[in-house]
Design a protein around this ligand. Sequence first.
Ligand code: FSX
Ligand code: SF4
Ligand code: F3S
Length: 598
Amino acid sequence: MEATSTQNITTIKPLLSLEDKLLARLESLRQSKVKSATLSDETSRAWIAKNLALIGVPSKLLDCCVEILEYMGDMRLVWLHLQECTGCSESLLRTEEPGFDTLIFDIFKLHYHDLILAASGHNSQKVLESISQTPYILLVEGSVSMGAQEQYITLAGKSGYEEAAHLIAHAQAVLAVGTCSSYGGIQSAHPNPTNSFALYEVFPQEIMHIPGCPPSDKNIIGNLLYVYLLGELPPLDELKRPLWAYAKSVHDLCERRGAFLAGDFVQSFDDPSMAQGYCLYKVGCKGPYSFNNCPKVKFNAKTSWPVQAGHGCIGCSEPNFWDNFGLIEKPISNESIKGFVPKFPPRLEPRITEVAYCDESALLEEVRINGGVLLDLDSSVVSYAVQKVDSSVSLESTESLEPVLMRYELAAMEANPALMLSTLESKGKQGSRLAQNYKTYLESSLARVRTLPTTSHSTNDMLAWLGGCYGLLEGLESLEDLAQAGAELLAKAEQFAYPHISPLGFKCKESSEMITLDSSKALNNMLAYRIGGLDSYGVCFSIASDLGSAFADLLLKWQIQGSIYVRGKMTTSKPFMRALAKPLHTKHTIIIAQIQDA
Ligand code: FSX
Ligand code: SF4
Ligand code: F3S
């Protein structure tokens, strides 16, 4: 076993660092090309240095990068307009330091862009046609009409589809600029009268997405710079967005995040607290569900961004955002989906096998011998198999390979909502402010929580603890049947009409045979979302999903081998199981274990 893993390490080629890649690329350019630009002036160097920081290239590589760009001086850019509002071009035009002119004449050479081209008519068409002799990178703004509607967008007599197909086929790289070309945008929103599509739905070539309606100039330029420097696309997420710009949510980076966590929400657009930096979730901000770096890079020469200007994020860089995020100025809720025709991607339904065992010890022996984990959420025990490694035994010996079972118990958690609330109040300024807002805005829940006894109700029964959370959110008459309240929470989670999970931040932490579900951050978040107007269905859905992710993260950290057996009432919750399976199902078989008495 040990010997094999060592062999694997030596046969895997280590991934090249960004630095190695850049140095290797410069070397190969030196051997294959001559320089076709000079960028050693201070303005160009300062600009390049600033934008290297944006895409994560260390500043010590400035000279190397300047030289690469000098070799790339013969590369041309073609910007094709299909169905769009020209907002993406407008966004780029407002770039600063250096101005747009330096950008398109010195650093990148813009060959064709019909909005700013001096030529028009036949002459502009000739400019576009002349590109066939030169290497070029294609940027496409706008979606493409297809079928009987193909002629809804034409350029010099050709359909948008024909022109795009020709240019995409011969480009060195294709960048979809804006949400329209990336995901269809407003044109393909219901009822899509021009039968328009995103580029990736029509063309087979690899296309990188720079979504946003519009995207910031920084995200357009940064990605172009990356492609010029590295000669390849940057690392992308599953929606083909570059991670350097789209890995974090708008909410993660937002300057009003502190107000969100304190439960301080702008109540309406004429509310003076808008200017005090209160959070815009209640007036519709979709920042928690939108992945983009707007708070960091901003727009219009870094002047501002939507939330700074006083309007919530509308999710403009997410697929089908016009149809999928409910009402623009209200939080998503089951109520708001009425009358909408959303285009949600199909939910991942993990392939789950059900297996019956006559007793628990038989299943545990199975896990021990064949590897795997038993997540027993009813008895709150997690058991998993590991290879026993004894360093005193030689590697050739098979004795050291006997697997053993590790056993962790879930630490008890406080399930009395009245005590959860008093803990919150004692958690610093932000916690007490949140508790205060809870009292103001969730008055009816509070009234019922106040009638509960203040004795501790500590439990490691997951469902009972969820019952306590539900009590805190919605109020609870008594502590007698917490498990019933927990089941209600899971039932509500099932009914949420949207796929958007409001991130809460549960974490599983391990220490000497115990697992502690760290819920301190998650409890604050769930209350903040509820105070901010996310409906009860949405909060319950997020709790079940986030818990599933927390357990998945634990298993990922343990690097479990083999099948994942899950047992208990939580397995009936689809949101929980989906989130648990999402990061695990490609490597593991997920099995619901039914254990009967022998
Ligand atoms: Fe407009 Fe661009 Fe939106 Fe689309 O931006 S700002 S409609 S993403 O293609 O022009
Ligand atoms: Fe910012 Fe919107 Fe998140 Fe509030 S909900 S913190 S305004 S991103
Ligand atoms: Fe768009 Fe939201 Fe940024 S609306 S511009 S992704 S803040």
